[in-house]
Design a protein around this ligand. Sequence first.
Ligand code: GLC
Length: 427
Amino acid sequence: MSQKKQQEQRIDVEAAARILRDNDRGGYSVPTHGLYPFQWSWDSAITALGWMKIDEQRAWQEAETMFRGQWANGMVPHILFHKDAESYFPGPDIWGSNTAIPSSAISQPPVWATAIRIMYETCQNRALAEEKLGTLLPKLIAYHDWWYRERDPEDTGLVCSYHPWESGMDNSPAWDDPLDAVPEVDWTYQRRDLGHVDADQRPHKPQYDRYLYLVDFYKRHGFDSQYIYEHCPYKVIDVSIVSILQRASSDLLELCRHADYKSGVDELENELARTGTAINRLWSGKRHCFLNHDLMSGQPLDEVTTATVLPLFGGLADTDQAAGMCNLIGEWLAATKVGLSSTHPSSARYESQRYWRGPVWLHINWMIARGADDYGDPQLAERLRSSARDCVMTSGFWEYFDADTGDGCGGDNFTWTAAVALYWLAS
Ligand code: GLC
């Protein structure tokens, strides 16, 4: 299909809405049938934005269901296992969290407050939004407080992460070296993902062995946050978590102002200021972006991935840094056929089809476009949007897209892809 023809065609909003409805399990959405049969935190936040376009009540319910699984210490787990499912591994028995709603024991990029601010500001039903915000605000405050308290106990201004899955960018090449230092599990297990998706689109076994070592490590140490902070063999500063948290905290502050909610507000302001200064330690003048950092080796992780330009979304860059990142993104977009690839194609570890080592993920492209817009580069934002649109127009609503061909990869009829199409691409 010619480029012009694709532009003339509209996103099939009916098909996108149908995916949300088909993946609705009653109050929460699964990312896709089979491969991911539970509720994932950042998927769910993005999905709520899609629901906003078709059913506001249902959008708020997505958030309420997620926060029902919040731990007593404030953490929102990355997965809530609402029902048993044979099709996924590792399940609740391996995580061993022992919570009322069985869950994983790590979190995911905290995009919730940002999603809720958008929902609150774009709603048609104001009374409903006021009511829901009232119940969600204290939970959001507790969640953000958990990040700063448990993941930055020394007040460095940069929260840390204990698992590649926590980044949501599971097998990003940025995590290769820190993950290599983690022991492998010595028990056998049966992966379920390979029954759904081609092995060349998923992580390799040695990585999986280490992912599981970490899962087991938290359980063996009773989820003791101080012990884990001191002894976890994997501890990184993930620029994507730091940036998403920063934007979400500032959105949360704004929501508190609307609701005249005071508790926890001073602390949030302090944390925002601390991170605003600390982020500069991660800037790379050579790469023109902010590099992830391995806290075990003390070394920067020298891979240019979509995480490293997310400070645009977090409002964390100064004018020169933002200009450097926007130039980098412009050149990076031009280097592949569609979208902004999750890893820069010049990397020796780039693989156009393998999960987070190259493919295009639409919700990340949305975040970066939003950041480019905020920093006064609407042309770049529009290029990102139109290129993301090409993915869906060429292939449909896949989990992720081969950056070099535009082919859909991973799971089909994918919820957050449909949600991003409804919220961003169809507008
Ligand atoms: C994969 C992705 C992660 C996502 C989850 C559910 O694990 O890497 O980001 O949240 O699938 O879609």
